[in-house]
Design a protein around this ligand. Structure first.
Ligand code: MOS
Length: 737
């Protein structure tokens, strides 16, 4: 077999298409006779639509239809959730308003400009009710959800927390909060819909989960899933918002059906703040109790987060506390408050990003209280197994992450006394925190085809959300089959290809990567068997284990003269290709283990003593995530997570107006994300880790761990610099002065 593609820093195979503009995104698909759709959204956040006047809009030249609740076709599946991660949509089936900017009409016109102008001219009257759009620390009804995300129960308990807290020498009892954040991928949500008659439809959608879109559209319109084709070849970023279909997908499909023309719909940047989910605000109460040496005796983590009135999403912030440290007495709870807001959703490391801010800030406070080095405190409480699940780790290299990260960062030079390190007007602070994320895997499938022309075509539905899926899948397939990387084409982003899971939860490499490897291995076996059975082959009659496959050539072991090429083999078979498909990748032994990636984040901040301006000066992240398939694309993933951590800690915050409930920071001028000037030198260390249990390829997934821990590391560094503990993100100037 040819090895050596996996693990190599191969440049993105789709890079040239992207930088030359040849990669077509969902709103760019050239479709004949396409019409343009624009959404009209509610001016109030709670109440009823009383009347809607579309007459002026209909008179705009080029307008084809203005669809409202008054003339929309009934959709049988509008209220149905197709699975627990699916969202309830607002597709004009009712006049009730549940949140600000809920869609109330969709305008279809022959040009975008006509549709935009007409959308402005739709006027509506409302019966508005009082609304509540802010999660409060007290005074709101909280309820216990059935589950806390995919990872488990809403509440857990081991040992006796109360007794342990009462008997402990040292206690930390604090509340931390994280704000509403909105996803802002470069490419806003967009789609092009083409119906073929009444019951067949093709959607070019920007999606992290094309099979979820297929299921939803099939349910909405009551047509078989086989009649729905979803194509998503290029995605300009997702981060969770594109993990499930939202109302605009259903509305665009309605518009195209009513207009009997293909329809294109792109959300505006402003609409991204209300129509495609958000990271919910959390309020997290943490109690830590320890002995004088720093051994944790009890941990309690109670998280409250917001959800919409009509649907449910739990930010599983306390889940991480169940497994991160060794501690005999642990209690975690999740509660929800229903507000007049759109339904929140997954946003990069949902749960772990918000939860590690609270837990890792509290650990830092405990270290201060104990006068112990924060890293030492974490080593004192190192978990040798997952005490929450009561299972051994499939692998864990957190100790190595701490060591390598600390060494590279120069952690030993830290002065633990706040305000002790200075550089001119800047107060200098060092902070650290632990990072972690689960190593998920879902059922996936793939097909591998060796073609007459000597090329290998591998296909799996899947999505490349900018992470490098096209590239790593080609690397995996090339090595598994034993052919040069240049001869491999990997195709994805189409529901006519083998079914795969959502590209979320950092699971695409693990799930679909394993399917691709198994499909290529199955094809290898089939090709060799075909040669051995073929009287015309030089290898006829040999045993399978006596044959080598390398560089697309079959050779008899020890007899270099006895050769056959894969392309000749396919040609003699009479067909155009020989193929193998894999439809299950389940690794049964996974159930015996707790599977997680780990990492350590080290940050230096500088805080201007007079203005309280905070700058991240440098950061080192050391991560162990199993096999790193491609260090180049992997490094970008870690960078992306860490950069977002800077925004998480210092900038990102969606502000809602208390009376209208609307997000007022609804563009990238008001909603701050890190720009180049905010991002210093970042060092990513990829710590070697071999994990034979996690999946077929040994890779744990790296899309989300980079954003975990880092906001706490920054907050902890700010404390070290200033002596001020900020427990409510983001850390803006007003909280430091
Ligand atoms: Mo990620 S928030 O699972 O797309």
């Amino acid at each position: 077999m040819t090895f050596g593609n996996v693990g190599r820093p191969v440049s993105r195979v789709d890079g040239p298409l992207k930088v030359t503009g040849k990669a077509q995104y969902a709103a760019e698909i050239p479709v004949a006779n396409v019409a343009h759709a624009v959404l009209v959204t509610s001016a109030v956040g709670r109440g009823h639509l009383r009347s809607i006047d579309t007459r002026r809009a209909e008179q705009v030249p080029g307008v084809l239809h203005v669809i409202t609740s008054g003339n929309v076709p009934p959709l049988p599946g509008a209220k149905k959730k197709t699975d627990p991660n699916d969202r309830i949509l607002q597709v004009l089936q009712e006049d009730e308003i549940h949140y600000p900017d809920q869609p109330i009409a969709i305008v279809v016109a022959s040009t975008l400009e006509s549709a935009q102008e007409a959308a402005f001219l739709v006027s509506a009257t409302y019966a508005a009710d009082e609304l509540h759009a802010d999660l409060m620390p007290i005074g709101q009804d909280r309820y216990k959800p059935k589950k806390a995300g995919p990872s488990g129960d809403a509440d857990t308990k081991r040992g006796d927390v109360e007794a342990a807290v009462n008997g402990a020498a040292v206690r930390i009892d604090q509340t931390y909060s994280t704000p509403v954040q909105n996803h802002n991928p470069m490419e806003p949500h967009a789609l092009t819909v083409v119906w073929q008659g009444e019951d067949h439809v093709t959607l070019y959608d920007t999606s992290q989960g094309i099979f979820a879109v297929r299921k939803k559209v099939s349910a909405l319109f009551g047509i078989p899933a086989a009649n729905v084709r979803v194509i998503s070849r290029f995605v300009g970023g997702g981060f969770g918002c594109k993990g499930s279909p939202w109302s605009h997908v259903g509305l665009a499909a309605i518009a195209a059906r009513v207009a009997q023309r293909p329809v294109k719909l792109a959300l505006t940047r402003q609409q991204m703040f209300s129509l495609v989910g958000h990271r919910p605000k959390t309020i997290q109460h943490l109690v830590l109790a320890a002995d004088r040496k720093g051994k944790l005796l009890a941990v309690q983590h109670e998280s409250v987060s917001e959800t919409s009135r009509f649907d449910e999403f739990v930010e599983p912030a306390a889940v991480v506390t169940r497994m991160l440290y060794s501690c005999p007495n642990v209690r975690t709870t999740h509660r929800l408050v229903k507000l007049d807001i759109p339904t929140p959703t997954f946003m990069r490391a949902p749960g772990e990003s918000t939860g590690t801010f609270a837990l890792e800030s509290a650990m830092d406070e405990l270290a201060v209280e104990l006068k112990l080095d924060p890293l030492q405190l974490r080593l004192e409480n190192y978990a040798e197994r997952d005490e929450g699940e009561d299972k051994p780790w499939s692998s864990k290299s957190l100790r190595e992450c701490y060591e390598q990260g600390a060494a590279r960062f120069g952690w030993s030079r830290r002065n633990a006394t706040p305000r002790a390190m200075r550089d001119g007007c800047w107060l200098v602070g060092y902070g650290m925190a632990t990072a972690t994320y689960p190593a998920r895997q879902s059922g996936s499938s793939a097909v591998a085809k060796f073609r007459r022309d000597g090329s290998l075509l591998v296909q799996a539905g899947s999505q490349d959300i900018g992470t490098g899926t096209y590239t790593i899948m080609a690397q995996i397939a090339a090595d598994a089959l034993g052919v040069p990387l240049e001869t491999v084409t990997f195709e994805l982003g189409d529901t006519i290809m083998p079914e795969t899971p959502v590209s979320g939860g950092s699971q695409t490499a693990s799930s679909t990567g394993s399917a691709v490897r198994l499909a290529a291995l199955a094809l290898r076996e089939k090709l060799i068997a075909t040669a051995l059975a073929d009287p015309q082959s030089a290898l006829h009659g040999l045993k399978a284990d006596a044959v080598l496959l390398s560089g697309g050539q079959l050779t008899a072991q020890g007899q270099p003269g006895k050769q056959d090429s894969l392309s000749a083999l396919v040609a003699r078979s009479g067909g155009s290709e020989i193929s193998a498909q894999i439809s299950s990748v389940e690794k049964l032994e996974r159930a015996q283990y707790s599977l997680h990636s780990f990492g350590a984040q080290f940050v230096e901040v500088r805080v201007d003593e007079d203005t309280a301006e905070v700058r991240v000066a440098r950061a080192v992240g050391a991560f162990a995530a199993g096999k790193i398939l491609n260090p180049k694309t992997a490094r970008s993933q870690f960078y992306g997570g860490m950069v977002w951590g800077i925004g998480f800690a210092l900038e990102e915050h969606s502000v809602r107006d208390a009376r209208s409930g609307r997000v007022v920071t609804r563009d990238l001028a008001d909603y701050h994300v890190p720009v180049h000037a905010d991002v210093p030198e970042l060092v990513v260390l990829m710590v070697d880790e071999h994990d034979p249990h996690v999946n077929e390829i040994g890779a744990k997934g790296i899309g989300e761990i980079g954003i975990t821990g880092i906001s706490a590391a920054i907050a902890n560094a700010v404390y070290n610099a200033t002596g001020k503990r900020v427990r409510d993100l983001p850390i803006t100037l007003d909280k430091l002065i």
